[in-house]
Design a protein around this ligand. Structure first.
Ligand code: M6R
Length: 613
């Protein structure tokens, strides 16, 4: 979703802003723009399409200044076009703004502003904000106050950054609600603003994060953070430890492929510091859970979106199996509008890679309002989902750039597995032998993940063979049923092939009517307690002429006889099996999309962080 970068200091702001925006490309966008204050005037360049178009424009019509802001836009109001791209300048040409979010009352505001004579140059909701600021600047006299007054008028969730040629020594940034983060980066004689950490990593590691209803007044020497009602805040400054090299593509063709390969390391990092094999213990200290609190939990509700939701579905089986707490899994966008039955004996766990997904954050707010304990499993350090929770588990997978989530899917599977042991242990529902077995089983994860990844060439051959399919049905059962959902989601989001997923037992209730020679079936059938059932399902599909692609355990003779194509996986304990059944499906989706020559890392219409509803 939209990316924001701002700079103030002594250097030329243009390359810094363009470089920062490049680091945010993974979020998805359809146009981009930059504004700097040059010789006391606001200079603006905007273009549709990729950042390279904007870079070309900036080469043709250079602009330089020591303060500026830039933006990558993902259209919500008004088509992707140069005039709708941010930044937006007001009528006086003296105030310019970039914005992430939706002005919910923009029609009402636009009408009011137009009645007062305002002329709109774009179809965006954002433009209302800059008109409001200009008007308030007239009456309040300072940019800070004008921004504050304007924010009080707009409804919805927002991240905004504003500069003005009338006060060229400061950037004003503000956050209301959960429309994405606002990060302040601290330099020496220069400071930065961005919507997300990677934009600033090249320049500084010292960062703080605005909370909702806070604004930052950033000069080249200082940062002042205040609440919207004017109270000064002493910000916490975090030092971010991510390795910037980790955010680069290296020798891989796409970030997604790199991230699939990184899973041996990310899963090792997921375990490190959390598992004590000597003492047979799981330590999840950041959850802030005591035995007393754990015993008081009567129900767990997992809320998340997309891939994170699928991880939650796997987590349900793990937690129920080991801790015997009933678990519901809810799509966050549904949960928030359903008046869910939760109370102080409920523990709500949100899962999010970005930690900034608007629906997931709103679900957390809803849970908090109802008095539940709120925990999160989150990747982006310092993100809202990490900050607002009573406790969290950090995924520790580093930045995930590809829009299609891979390493941020397998890590929370392992986090949920460890959480299940931890809860079972704290609540005393796990015998010592079982606990030993479950803890012990964690050892094999990195090795088996590596084994799955080493089989990439054979997965690629399957991808070559089926690359032209138009539809496909994914089937799974039990703990691998969500992996069917996840495999289908991966394929559709990057290859645009229509993929549907079903719990295999549901086939006979309708979807089996779809199967014929034109409808390939991908069945996940490792040797586990659902194997026989899956086998009979696969045989039924075979009888109807469907092409069969099977995810099967090494050495499975039935699979060999039935399957047209087989993605072999090593044997593993059933509760951890989803980690290994998901990897070949990630590779299959990746190679099909790559062979089809598609934009794997930034698929059409998708954003990495979905910070609007
Ligand atoms: O950042 P989050 O984990 O909260 O994001 C949730 C979904 O938007 C995300 O998983 C999405 O489904 C991915 N594109 C899946 O690959």
């Amino acid at each position: 979703m939209c990316g924001i970068v701002g700079y103030i200091g002594d250097k030329n702001a243009t390359p810094i802003i363009l470089g920062g925006l490049k680091k945010l490309e993974y979020r998805g966008y359809d146009s981009a723009g930059i504004a700097v204050i040059e010789d006391g005037c606001i200079e603006l360049r905007r273009d549709v399409g990729k950042l390279t178009n904007l870079e070309t424009l900036v080469k043709e019509e250079p602009l330089s200044g020591t303060i500026g802001i830039g933006h990558t836009r993902w259209a919500t109001h008004g088509a992707p076009s140069a005039k709708n791209a941010h930044p937006h300048v007001g009528e006086t040409g003296k105030v310019v703004i970039v914005h992430n979010g939706i002005v919910e009352n923009y029609l009402e505001l636009k009408e009011e502003l137009e009645a007062e004579g305002a002329k709109f140059n774009s179809e965006t909701d954002t433009e209302t904000i800059v008109h409001l600021i200009e008007r308030n600047l007239g009456s309040t006299g300072t940019l800070e106050e004008a921004v504050r007054q304007s924010l009080l008028r707009i409804k919805g969730a927002h991240g905004i950054v504003v500069i003005s040629s009338l006060e060229p020594d400061k950037i004003i940034a503000a956050r209301i609600g959960n429309a994405g983060g606002v990060v302040i980066g601290y330099g020496e004689g220069e400071n930065f603003v961005a919507s997300d950490i990677p934009a600033l990593m090249e320049y500084t590691r010292r960062m703080s994060f605005l909370e909702s209803h806070q604004m930052a007044i950033v000069t080249k020497e200082d940062v002042h953070i205040k609440t919207l009602d004017g109270k000064e805040i002493n910000p916490r400054v975090d030092t971010i430890a991510w390795d910037p090299v980790a955010a680069e593509k290296g020798n891989y063709r796409h970030f997604m492929q790199k991230e699939i390969h990184e899973q041996v390391r990310s899963l090792t990092d997921t375990l490190s510091g959390r598992v004590d094999f000597e003492k047979n213990q799981i330590n999840l200290m950041t959850l802030n859970l005591t035995a007393e609190k754990a015993r008081a939990i009567q129900k767990i509700v997992i809320t998340a979106c997309g891939t994170a939701y699928h991880a939650g579905l796997v987590g349900k089986t793990m937690i129920e199996e080991m801790s015997r707490i009933p678990v519901e899994v809810d799509i966050a966008s549904e949960f928030r509008y359903r008046d869910p039955i939760i109370d102080e004996k409920t523990c709500v766990i949100s899962i999010s890679q970005s930690g900034e997904t608007a629906d997931t954050l709103a679900a957390m707010d809803e849970a908090r309002k109802k008095g539940a304990m709120v925990l999160s499993i989150v990747n982006a350090i310092g993100s809202q989902a990490m900050r607002v929770a009573d406790g969290y588990i950090s995924m520790q997978v580093g930045p995930e750039i590809g829009v299609a989530s891979t390493k941020a899917f397998t890590a929370p599977l392992v986090d949920l597995y460890m959480l299940a042991i931890y809860l079972g242990d704290l609540r005393g529902t796990l015998s010592e032998e079982k606990k030993f077995q479950y803890v012990h089983d964690l050892r094999i994860i990195p090795e088996l993940a590596g084994e799955c990844i080493r089989r990439e060439e054979s997965v690629k051959k399957v991808a070559e063979a089926i690359k032209d399919i138009r539809n496909i049905l994914y089937l799974g059962r039990g703990i691998n049923m969500p992996i069917a959902y996840e495999g289908a989601l991966k394929l559709k989001e990057i290859s645009y092939i229509h993929a549907e997923a079903y719990p295999a037992g549901e086939m006979k209730h309708g979807p089996i009517a779809l199967i014929d020679k034109e409808m390939p079936v991908l069945a996940i059938m490792p040797k586990d307690q659902w194997y026989e059932k899956m086998l009979s399902q696969v045989e039924q599909a075979k009888a109807r002429g469907g092409m069969l692609i099977l995810v099967a355990s090494d050495g499975d003779e039935n699979a060999k006889n039935l399957g047209d194509h087989i993605l072999w996986i090593p044997d593993a304990p059933w509760l951890l099996m989803p980690v290994f059944t998901s990897i070949p499906l990630q590779m299959l989706a990746y190679h099909i999309a790559a062979i089809r020559g598609l934009d794997v890392d930034q698929p059409r219409n998708l954003a990495k962080s979905v910070t609007v509803e």
